[in-house]
Design a protein around this ligand. Structure first.
Ligand code: A3D
Length: 320
């Protein structure tokens, strides 16, 4: 059987990490694409030379022409600019929207049957624009944010409780950014919800609130430390998990920025919700019941995303 083809559009910090991870996991042959000449070719060659050492078989190539992504099964998009200290994700909108227009046209022409995972920020608006620019089916274009936000939440919880990260599940809804909605009552340690763990004396309400805030600020904390860019290891791992669920039809239930057409009362927007990812792309959006506080937080997150979509339309009226 022929190997899957994975196209990485953007070969910067996340793109390179994605290529290495996809190779290590033997998910398929990998094409790195970028506008910067030499960068995708150099990274492809470097990673290809790690293959005999690590013992994986995957063809790696780099390109500056979209024709190289032809027939890709999965496209992961990181093209654009990343945050520097002091910048918000929203500051990237103008530049990255133009990049999404080019990327959308490239995917439409050369990989119209691909499952497309967008990572470029501001995520919820960029994935929305990318779907429109590419014209691909809405269930085949998805944004990565929830897996990363949940991963951050899980990491901090596992540290707080001194338990394995494998026994912590975390549930995060809403847009990627300051308005994300970590849901404590759906987040557990081995099935025990966080509010019960407070009752059991494992932590306090105040400590949990501090962890939730640190999760919300998780990206900014790393930007401040790195000074020259933003997080890339965990974002790459998160997108690979989504790609793997699609390619292997695993039907994982993962929080993703998915297109909503009425679910949660939201129309024609991408917002973070739990989804099933399988061979059909986003096969199902899971609608959970929210209590009043959660609904309020979700609504304000949706309003923040709607504002970003309006800002996109102001720049590119054809998105309407
Ligand atoms: P970086 O290392 O700068 O890589 C971006 C790459 O895109 C560079 O190699 C550029 O040359 C390339 N590029 C720029 N314009 C184009 C274009 N028109 N066509 C093709 N390639 C182009 O950034 P990074 O890899 O660290 O981050 C990539 C994106 O992911 C940024 O927008 C980040 O803000 C975003 N990001 C999102 C998350 C989420 O959780 C959603 C997390 C971390 C980073």
């Amino acid at each position: 059987m022929a190997r899957n083809k994975i196209a990485l559009i953007g070969s910067g910090m996340i793109g390179g990490t994605l290529a290495h991870l996809a190779g290590l996991k033997e998910l398929g042959d990998i094409v790195l694409f970028d506008i910067a000449e030499g960068t995708p070719q150099g990274k492809a060659l470097d990673i290809a030379q790690s293959a005999p050492v690590e013992g994986f078989d995957a063809r790696m190539s780099g390109a500056n022409d979209y024709s190289a992504i032809e027939g890709a099964d999965v496209c992961i998009v990181t093209a654009g600019v990343a945050r520097k200290p002091g910048m918000s994700r929203d500051d990237l909108l103008g530049i990255n929207l133009k990049v999404m227009e080019q990327v959308g046209a490239g995917i439409k022409k050369y990989a119209p049957n691909a499952f497309v995972i967008c990572i470029t920020n501001p995520l919820d608006a960029m994935v929305w624009a990318l779907q429109k620019f590419s014209g691909l089916p809405k269930n085949k274009v998805v944004g990565m944010a929830g897996v990363l936000d949940s991963g951050r939440f899980q990491h901090f919880l596992a540290e707080e409780f001194n338990v394995s990260v494998e026994d912590v599940t975390a549930f995060v809804l809403g847009g990627h950014g300051d308005s994300m909605v970590p849901l404590a009552r759906y987040s557990t340690v081995a099935g025990i919800p966080l509010p019960d763990l407070i009752k059991m004396g494992w932590t306090t309400k105040e400590k949990l609130e501090a962890i939730i805030q640190r999760t919300r600020d998780g990206g900014a904390e790393i930007v401040k430390l790195l000074k020259t860019g933003s997080a890339y290891y965990a974002p790459a791992s998160s997108a690979i998990l989504m790609a793997e669920s699609y390619l292997k039809d695993k039907k994982r239930v993962l929080p993703c920025a998915a297109h909503l057409s009425g679910q949660y009362g939201v129309k024609d927007m991408y917002v973070g919700v739990p989804c099933v990812i399988g061979e059909g792309g986003i096969e199902r959006v899971i609608e959970i019941e929210l209590n009043k506080t959660e609904q309020k937080a979700f609504d304000s997150s949706v309003a923040a995303v709607a504002g970003l979509c309006e800002a996109c339309i102001a720049i590119a009226p054809n998105l309407k």
